[in-house]
Design a binder for this molecule. Structure first.
Ligand code: AMP
Ligand code: MN
Ligand code: MN
Length: 333
């Protein structure tokens, strides 16, 4: 089931781009998630197997939640800083990022280099020289799988592992509405290569630090339900992190509690950070939360979106909730 062949996306452009360059730097969005990291490392290894020179650029060392990925690293990464410069003969591939702003310091690398932008966000800004954007794909990792399949590239066990991490992360382990037959078929093929999805489940969700889990309790204590508006929200203050000495990275795990309430359509988590409030938005059925995120300069998918707001926590909550209620009147069925 190849999604790419019946799209306006032009895979031959991707093939030409890859054939034209010998050196690549692969980058992804800030606060990388499983899809981002799985995509960057799987495509990195696929290109390396074509005898290309490949480097992966991240902004921070892999955090606790994703440190398991290191056990499989056959491809090293470097830290991209504001001042990082790269050789002229290097092409850039941006993965899972809808917008060049989401690339953090790596966006500086885009100047004077040819960019291939591969992504599955419907609101992708097409910031590349070549843009391969497939909103029907459950994950960027699924696009890479489709490209590899189309090009008849060999997917070894390590590459299969990264692709599985990507797709399992973005489908909530095959539970979200983006889990279709093509996803199941892909996972079936990856399991045939030796991928153990129970191990990935443990790696992604089964190794949390107790002090971080206590944050969930704090967030749930702050649960507010606006039943008539079908909205539920949670928040975490900076002091919650400080008092618990916590650095919980699995924000998705927390915002899902707000979304997964009976009769609730939209779940929201407000997370107070040093210089902004990070807002995570999730919905169940009719409400395109990426439209709400866009009102505050963010974006994402219809059922999972986010934004960063440069206001104090209380004002950010007031503004987002008020807008959320207004849009609910528009979208409610
Ligand atoms: P998160 O709530 O951080 O897990 O983000 C959910 C989804 O929303 C991500 O997969 C992104 O597609 C999108 N997203 C989150 N934050 C932003 C942002 N600041 N700008 C654009 N899209 C975002
Ligand atoms: Mn992502
Ligand atoms: Mn993704």
């Amino acid at each position: 089931m190849k999604k790419i062949t019946n799209k306006s996306n032009n895979i031959s452009q991707v093939a030409k781009y890859i054939a034209a360059w010998d050196s690549f730097i692969l980058i992804g969005h800030e606060d990388p998630d499983g899809d981002c990291l799985g995509s960057v490392f799987s495509l990195g290894l696929l290109l390396k197997n074509l005898d290309k020179k490949v480097k992966v650029g991240l902004y921070k060392p892999l955090n606790n939640k994703y440190s398991f990925i290191k056990n499989n690293l056959e491809l090293d990464y470097f830290i991209v800083e504001e001042t990082t410069e790269i050789k002229e003969d290097t092409a850039i591939i941006a993965l899972d990022s809808s917008d060049s702003e989401r690339l953090g310091p790596a966006k500086n690398l885009l100047q004077n280099h040819k960019i291939l932008n591969i992504d599955h966000h419907i609101d992708n800004k097409h910031f590349g020289d070549i843009n391969y954007v497939s909103p029907d794909s459950a994950a960027t990792g699924q696009i890479i799988y489709d490209i590899a399949d189309y090009m008849s590239w060999d997917i070894n066990k390590t590459i299969a592992y990264y692709l599985a991490v990507a797709v399992l992360a973005d489908t909530g382990f095959l539970r979200y509405s983006n889990t279709d037959r093509s996803v199941i078929q892909m996972i079936d093929q990856l399991m045939a290569k030796g991928v153990n999805i129970y191990e990935i489940n443990r790696d992604l969700y089964g190794k949390e630090k107790p002090k971080n889990l206590k944050l969930i309790g704090r967030a749930l204590n702050n649960l507010t339900i606006l039943e008539d508006e079908k909205i539920a929200y949670l928040y975490l203050e900076k002091k919650d992190y400080e008092e618990l000495d916590a650095n919980f990275e699995d924000k998705e795990g927390i915002v899902n509690y707000a979304r997964d309430i009976d009769n609730i359509e939209v779940g929201i988590l407000f997370n107070e950070e040093d210089d902004r409030v990070k807002v995570s938005l999730r919905s169940n059925d009719y409400y395109p939360v990426n439209k709400l995120a866009a009102e505050f300069g963010g974006g994402g998918h219809p059922k999972a979106a986010g934004c960063g707001i440069n206001l104090d926590l209380k004002t950010a909550i007031e503004q987002v909730i008020s807008k959320a209620i207004e849009l609910n009147k528009e979208y409610r069925r």
